[in-house]
Design a protein around this ligand. Sequence first.
Ligand code: NDP
Length: 319
Amino acid sequence: MTGRTAVLVYDSIYDRIIRRLEEHFDLVPVKPGVSPQISPEDAARVRGAAVYGKFGADWIDLLPNLEIVANFGVGYDGVDYDAAAKRGIVVTNTPDVLNDEVADSAVALLLNTIHEIPRAERWLRSGNWEKVGPNPLSPMSLKGRTVGLYGLGRIGLEIARRLEPFKVKIAYHTRSQREGLDYAYYPTLLDLAKAVDTLICIVPGTPETRKAINADVLSALGSDGVFINVGRGTSVDDDALIAALRSKTISAAGLDVFSHEPKVPEGLLALDNAVLWPHIASATVPTRNAMGDLVADNIIRWFAEGKALTPVPETPASV
Ligand code: NDP
């Protein structure tokens, strides 16, 4: 013990965060998990936490002097921000620094899905090109599509901007219409789904968005329908999606996120018309470095000045 402020860190968090924080704080490494494990002495001295994924009320209740929880990621649905807010604990996330990376990945996933690129690469690597002949054509094309964005926030808008040069029509659904945009706005997700053939999910995981992509929404996309998810897996009714893909109610899906990561439903793994990625939309070294620095800077600023850089709206921003 050094007498410095104690900060809990998930021991498997991005290493740069640990290296930045250990310059300023006494670190208390813990294993992320459903049953929190920490000694009573450490629990009593922890005043900050750097976490990713799940950080529930079970953790928060164990730490009587906790002031700030800095989440490694812009989506903070794994942090019990209501429990934090009740205690006046600030929660921070990592907005903006990953917008470009995630938007690039969303467009890549869309093209991978529509052009069936993973299947084409499997064709080449298996020797089929030489043994059997040219790769079978993809029945889908981006040409002439209408792309609907479920969510048009920081990342959604970057996706829309990137799609403009592809000459597709663009529409969106959010709870409140954004001003100054030419994209068609639909006040419900179902209305959006009826108007488009391609749907990209980029909303946060909240009780309101839970299982919002359901059988009705998927069937409204039609048989040319393509569904892309770079938001949260919890926004999808998995059984409905698997059924829609299996029955060709929609043509294909490209998924970067899943309801119970890192578990992926067997039903999805068995499908040829699903492109599946292991939650990699922001996963490059430059972007993860920027996210990691923001986690560290939030905690450093909090203990230096009593102010967080990027607090989430549900919790206090300063002491
Ligand atoms: P923002 O808060 O900037 O945008 C969220 C958008 O979703 C807004 O347009 C908001 O509009 C809309 N929205 C929120 N709730 C609802 C609702 N109930 N119904 C309809 N629209 C809703 O977030 P970001 O763009 O920064 O990030 C979005 C999410 O993307 C993150 O929360 C995270 O879960 C996910 N993400 C995934 C990544 C990955 O690796 N795959 C990487 C980064 C982010 P309004 O408030 O008007 O409804």
